[in-house]
Design a protein around this ligand. Structure first.
Ligand SMILES: CC(C)(COP(=O)(O)OP(=O)(O)OC[C@H]1O[C@@H](n2cnc3c(N)ncnc32)[C@H](O)[C@@H]1OP(=O)(O)O)[C@@H](O)C(=O)NCCC(=O)NCCS
Length: 323
């Protein structure tokens, strides 16, 4: 079966910066946010949609890969903040970038979305059904945030894109392990706007279209489920953390990442972060941090990159990429 290798990456964040001082109005402060979450500032859209920033990221990935949009067979886009409930935001991106030959659909796995979308793209390549696949993670959580609450500090808006293609060589995405546990569905949720609680003037007035989060449950779930999944992926590849050049994780909070790294004995220097500048960009995070790392670091044949994510659902997983 063919493996999926990275052909090019791109990312796009909005221009508008919200520093931590913005949240003094809701009783938060810069010191608390930096110490607990590792966030200094985040970006928020100012009139742009999720597909707009996804398009910005996709065009950069196409440029980096040196291909034409018409070469793309499939666009898989992970988002929890789609432009519309229907159709898929991936279709809006397909039109905007002119990927006229691509199949396009969305994936819903919130903060694990990019990892789940990556695995989907890789399976289509492995099966031989598609050869050139664009995986996008894009979210604008500023649209589902109650800005009068203290938990408005957690998220920022952003998008990243990864172009994959097939190779017969022993490299690329070699292993994925994904999990879900619907018993955790209330740990992080947007309660209204679906068919369970349809949109009414009352649900709007009650703020039920904004996210609700049990921060402690997120923390405890993340640090208990992600480490064994990382260990399992490494074991399946007959590797240890010593064989890993770097880990590109989803970025919920610095303390969660430090605890995950500690539990799997991964030196902190190997963990790449961008939450200081962008906060948690949900589906956007892993493709953005991959784009930054891919462009700024030199990787050699045989280097290993570890991916890990956890999000609402609960959903979580890990993956291994061999350069
Ligand atoms: C949210 C989180 C930081 C809370 O940490 P904690 O140590 O359990 O914090 P607590 O709820 O006990 O509150 C600790 C203190 O911080 C304060 N606090 C909570 N939220 C705050 C905020 N946004 N700004 C400032 N202070 C805050 C509390 O009032 C409390 O103050 P006190 O000690 O004077 O009573 C932690 O659980 C976490 O990181 N969760 C993960 C959330 C996440 O990553 N979400 C995004 C992905 S879905």
């Amino acid at each position: 079966m063919p493996n999926a290798i990275i052909l090019g990456t791109g990312s796009c964040v909005p221009d508008k910066v919200l520093p931590n001082t913005h949240f003094e109005r809701v009783g938060s402060n810069d010191a608390w946010i930096q110490e607990r979450l590792g966030i200094k500032e985040r970006r928020v859209v100012d009139g742009q949609t999720t597909s707009d920033i996804a398009t910005g990221a996709a065009l950069k990935a196409i440029e980096a890969a040196g291909i034409s949009a018409e070469d793309i067979d499939l666009i898989v886009l992970a988002t929890a903040t789609p432009d519309r409930p229907a159709p898929a935001t991936a279709c809006a991106v397909q039109e905007k970038i002119g990927a006229n030959n691509a199949v396009a659909f969305d994936i819903s796995a919130v903060c694990s979305g990019a990892l789940f979308a990556l695995s989907t793209g890789c399976q289509y390549i492995a099966s031989g059904m598609f050869r050139t696949v664009m995986v996008i993670g894009a979210d604008t959580f500023s649209n589902i945030t109650d800005w009068d609450r203290r938990d408005s500090v957690f998220f920022g808006d952003g998008a990243g894109a990864i172009l994959l293609t097939a190779t017969e060589e022993d490299r690329g995405f070699l292993q994925f392990e994904l999990h879900s546990d619907g018993a955790g569905k209330d740990g992080f949720t947007v309660p209204a706007g679906g068919c369970e609680i349809p949109t009414t003037a009352e649900t709007m007035a009650q703020g039920l279209h904004n996210f609700q989060m049990d921060g402690k449950a997120v923390f405890e779930t993340a640090v208990s489920v992600v480490p064994p999944t990382i260990e399992s992926v490494l074991a399946k590849c007959e590797l240890t953390v010593d064989d890993i050049q770097c880990m590109l994780p989803h970025q919920p909070s610095i303390r969660i990442l430090q605890e995950i790294a500690r539990r799997v004995n991964l030196p902190w220097e190997k963990v790449r972060t961008n939450m200081d500048r962008y906060a948690n960009t949900s589906g956007g995070t892993i493709p953005i941090v991959l784009d930054e790392t891919w462009r700024s670091e030199s990787f050699h044949a045989g280097d290993h990159i570890l991916f890990a994510a956890v999000g609402a659902g609960w959903t979580w997983g890990a993956a291994l990429y061999k350069c």
